[in-house]
Design a protein around this ligand. Structure first.
Ligand code: PEP
Length: 251
C-alpha cells in the first residue's frame, strides 16, 4: 500500500450542533468520494458519538480535534485517548495553532499527547506553523522544524512513520489566502527531512485550502493531502477538495 496515501481531513472546529453534524455527514455520504484517498472528519466532542453512528459502514474516518495526555484523572473538561477510542476515533489533531495560542498548549505537552495517542492506536495529526511575524522575519523554517522535532522527541522512527504532520501557516488559517504551493512545498520538504521517520509519513497542507486552489497545492511533491477548516463545513466543497486528491492517489 502507498504509505503516503492522500488524506483529506476536515476540522469542523466549534461548529455544528449534533443535528447539523448528522446532516453534514449524510450530505458527505451522498457524494462519491474518490477511491485511493483517505477522508476524515473532526467534529466537536459533543457530536462525535452521533457522527460515529452516521459514519457506520462508510470509509470516512472519525477524528478528534484534541485530547488530554493522561488516560484518566482529575482533569475537568478534558477527554482522553481511551474515551476517544471507545467512540471509534482513529485520528486526533494535536497542536493546532488555535490551541497553542488560546489554550497554552506547548511543545512538551504536545509531545506527551503524541505518545499517548500512539499508545492507544490513534494516529496523531500534528499541526505546526509559523505566525505572520515569524513568516515576515524569515523564521518559518526554524519555527516549524523546531515544533516538529519537539512533537516527535523520543518517538521511534517506525512510529513516526505512521503519524501525520499538518503544515499550517498560522497567517493562512481562516484568512482566505493560502500559501503559494511551491513555497508551502519547500517548507514541507524541510519538515519531512528534519525528523527520522517523516520521510515516509503523510504531510498535509492547511490554511485556506479550498476547491479552487486544492489541485495546485496537491500537485506539489511534498503535499500528501489537506487539513481543511472552513471549506470542510460544506459537503460540496469538502468533496471537491477530496476529488482534487484523486490524481495524487494514482501516482
Ligand atoms: C485549520 O484551522 O486547520 C484550517 C486549515 O482552517 P481554514 O481551512 O479555514 O484556513
Amino acid at each position: 500500500m502507498n504509505a503516503r496515501r492522500p488524506l483529506i481531513a476536515g476540522n469542523w472546529k466549534m461548529h455544528e450542533t449534533i443535528a447539523q453534524a448528522r446532516a453534514l455527514v449524510r450530505a458527505l455520504r451522498a457524494l462519491t468520494l474518490p477511491s485511493g484517498v483517505d477522508v476524515a472528519v473532526a467534529p466537536p466532542f459533543t457530536a462525535l458519538a452521533a457522527v460515529a453512528g452516521e459514519l457506520s459502514g462508510s470509509s470516512i474516518a472519525l477524528c478528534a480535534q484534541t485530547m488530554h495526555e493522561r488516560d484518566e484523572g482529575p482533569y475537568t473538561g478534558e477527554i482522553s485517548a481511551p474515551m476517544l477510542r471507545e467512540l471509534g476515533v482513529t485520528y486526533v489533531i494535536l497542536g493546532h495553532s488555535e490551541r497553542r495560542a488560546g489554550c497554552a498548549e506547548n511543545d512538551a505537552a504536545i509531545n506527551r499527547k503524541v505518545q499517548a495517542a500512539l499508545t492507544h492506536g490513534i494516529t496523531p495529526i500534528v499541526a505546526v506553523g509559523e505566525t505572520r511575524d515569524e513568516h515576515s522575519a524569515g523564521q518559518a523554517l526554524p519555527k516549524v522544524t523546531h515544533q516538529t522535532r519537539a512533537a516527535f522527541a523520543g518517538v521511534a522512527a517506525a512510529a513516526v512513520e505512521r503519524c501525520v504532520v499538518a503544515y499550517e501557516p498560522v497567517w493562512a488559517i481562516g484568512s482566505g489566502l493560502s500559501d503559494e504551493p511551491a513555497s508551502a512545498d519547500r517548507v514541507m520538504a524541510e519538515i519531512r527531512a528534519c525528523t527520522t521517520g517523516l520521510g515516509d509519513a503523510r504531510i498535509l497542507y492547511g490554511g485556506s485550502m479550498k476547491a479552487d486552489n486544492a489541485a495546485l497545492l496537491l500537485a506539489q511533491p511534498n503535499i500528501d493531502g489537506g487539513l481543511i477548516g472552513g471549506a470542510s463545513l460544506s459537503a460540496a466543497s469538502f468533496g471537491a477538495i477530496a476529488e482534487c486528491a484523486r490524481t495524487r492517489a494514482l501516482t
